[in-house]
Design a protein around this ligand. Structure first.
Ligand code: B4P
Length: 194
């Protein structure tokens, strides 16, 4: 199996790039952001719990996202049809990373590489505000909420790259520039693994 984490701050292009890479490498794309938005729009109990965190630009509690991912991973492993996973927006804390590693190891697989997109804060804010004009997402419309998402990233998520760096599993990729050009740089990182 080939298991990749697409990593980076909010608005760095994780979702954009994961959508392009999944078919090319026959990977199942698992986005915790998309899953949580689906739970929210279906009005489930989990979605209602997640809403207040997401709308404020805070991270949803670890136990919620870890449980959600485990169910999806098992669905895919039982059904088959993919060569691995591309995790997008997960893990976002070291506790999530440790839980993911344990979960994968119990299923006799592991993370192969973290591809980390580098984008400056002003570019992140600009992109998300632009997306907010059409996304309908409450967390994309208010600059102070967007900046809080960046703060949450610095305080809680950036450490995930250090966690995987101790196993030599992190490759940094320039995330500013043309979308096609960035896809090719990420694909080259995956090609180097297969
Ligand atoms: P996410 O859905 O993961 O939100 P995101 O970080 O904004 O998405 P992404 O980074 O993928 O957006 P993209 O760059 O593709 O999470 C939302 C919320 O859910 C979080 O704040 C949190 O509350 C919660 N959550 C999710 N996962 C969680 C977890 N594991 N633990 C706890 N809480 C969790 O796109 C940004 C924009 O940039 C797009 O409009 C795109 O078109 C544009 N863009 C992309 N590449 C570009 C480029 N090269 N140039 C110009 N524009 C570009």
């Amino acid at each position: 199996m080939l298991n990749i984490i697409l990593f980076g701050p909010p608005g760095s292009g994780k979702g954009t790039q994961a959508t392009r890479l999944k078919d090319r490498f026959c990977l199942k794309h698992l986005s915790t952001g998309d899953m949580l938005r689906e739970e929210k729009s279906n009005g489930t109990e989990l979605g209602l719990e997640a809403k207040r965190f997401m709308d404020a630009g805070e991270l949803v509690p670890d136990h919620v996202v870890i449980g959600m991912i485990a169910v999806r991973v098992d669905e895919v492993l039982n059904k088959g049809g993919f060569d691995g996973f591309i995790f997008d927006g997960f893990p976002r804390t070291v506790a999530q990373a440790e839980a993911l590693d344990k979960m994968l190891s119990e299923r006799e697989t592991a993370i192969d590489q973290v591809l980390a997109l580098k984008v400056g804060e002003e570019e992140l804010v600009k992109r998300i505000l632009l997306r907010g004009e059409t996304s309908g997402r409450a967390d994309d419309r208010d600059e102070s909420i967007i900046r809080n998402r960046v703060v949450q990233y610095e305080e809680k998520t950036a450490a995930v790259a250090n966690y995987y760096a101790q196993f030599d599993k992190v490759t940094y990729v320039e995330g500013e520039g043309g979308i096609d050009e960035i896809t090719e740089a990420l694909a080259a990182g995956i090609d180097a693994l297969v």
